[in-house]
Design a protein around this ligand. Structure first.
Ligand code: GTP
Ligand code: MG
Ligand code: ZN
Length: 294
């Protein structure tokens, strides 16, 4: 039996997980009995038992946890822990679902973490112009980066953005999240080979498990499975509002402090909407989420 060591959960499959030690070596581990299920990027204590098997004995307190509602079971699904930034990836193909982006941003604001919007596959833009909503996100203060893994443009800006802390790529299936990870990690093929030999995610096309990778420039990046939709866990209307940076600022100016921004007189949010200072698309996303999760 070895002394306990610090590690980070690279990926989990059933009761097994891959844990990265402080030297960067990856070990296959099981969880000690009755230990809560670990999640990708949990910081843990682990050791080798007398038979030489890796055992995770403790999950260290998380500074945040990204969760979403599973559309089938309607239960919370844990995506990853201890995130500093979240990049929501969109592409000209498949056609972007902007309400999904807004929903991801709500979860990001709740973590909280830095939100980044990535437009991948810029090589597929018909007229070379980025879609209109991207300008809205930039105006709200989110970093918006355009790139292509096909021609390699724009990747340096993403590498720089991800060089500190731990980031995750979120987005619809097929937008190119795994392709981005691959482009940022030239030796990924080798690592994927090593991971799949240990029972982790293989070279499959569709990602099925969130997996943590170490970037050569510093920083860590999590590749996550594509989602059809993204619903943050249930929240009060007030909590949903916190996820819309421009609306939460405006709400401070409403006449009633418990304003629902629907029918009240003196509503600063609706005034801004009517004068065109708030995007109707964003307000509709906010309303839909209040109706759904409230
Ligand atoms: N034209 C073009 N195609 C790309 C680009 N990046 C990725 N692709 C293609 O998009 C497809 C999907 O890429 P993936 O990286 O598997 O997408 P993903 O987001 O990881 O998908 P899931 O794992 O299912 O969530 C592949 O056929 C890639 O070759 C790009 O910049 N331009
Ligand atoms: Mg993938
Ligand atoms: Zn109001």
């Amino acid at each position: 039996m070895t002394d306990p060591q610090n590690g980070r959960v690279v990926t989990r499959f059933g009761s097994q997980m891959l844990v990265r030690d402080e030297a960067g070596e990856i070990h296959r581990c099981t969880a000690r009995r009755r230990l809560e299920h670990a999640v990708c990027n949990d910081h843990v204590h682990w050791h080798r038992d007398p038979q030489g098997h890796g055992v995770v004995t403790r999950i260290l307190p998380r500074h945040n946890l990204l969760e979403r509602m599973d559309p089938r079971s309607r239960k919370r699904k844990r995506v990853a822990a201890n995130l500093d930034q979240v990049a929501v990836v969109v592409a000209p193909e498949p056609e972007p679902n902007w309400s999904l982006v807004d929903r991801c941003l709500v979860a990001i604001e709740q973590l909280p973490a830095r939100g980044v919007i990535v437009l991948n596959k810029r090589d597929l833009l018909q007229d070379g112009l980025p879609p209109e909503p991207l300008r809205e996100y930039r105006d709200l203060g989110y970093a918006v980066l355009a790139m292509s893994t096909q021609d390699g443009t724009g990747l340096e800006a993403l590498r720089e953005t991800l060089s500190r802390g731990t980031g995750i790529l979120l987005g619809q299936s097929g937008v190119g999240k795994s392709s981005l990870v691959k482009a940022l990690l030239p030796d990924l093929e080798i690592r994927i080979g090593a991971l799949s030999a240990m029972g982790g995610e293989g070279g499959r096309h569709t990602t099925t498990n969130a997996t943590l990778y170490r970037l050569d420039t510093g920083g860590d990046l999590i590749d996550s499975p594509g989602v059809r939709d993204f619903t943050p866990p249930p929240a009060s209307p007030r909590e949903v509002l916190q996820g819309f940076v421009e609306l939460r600022e405006l709400a401070a100016g409403c006449r009633f402090h418990d304003c629902s921004h629907t029918v009240e007189p003196g509503c600063a949010v609706r005034a801004a909407l009517e004068s065109g200072r708030v995007s109707p698309r964003r307000f509709a996303s906010y309303r839909a989420l209040v109706e759904e999760t409230g």
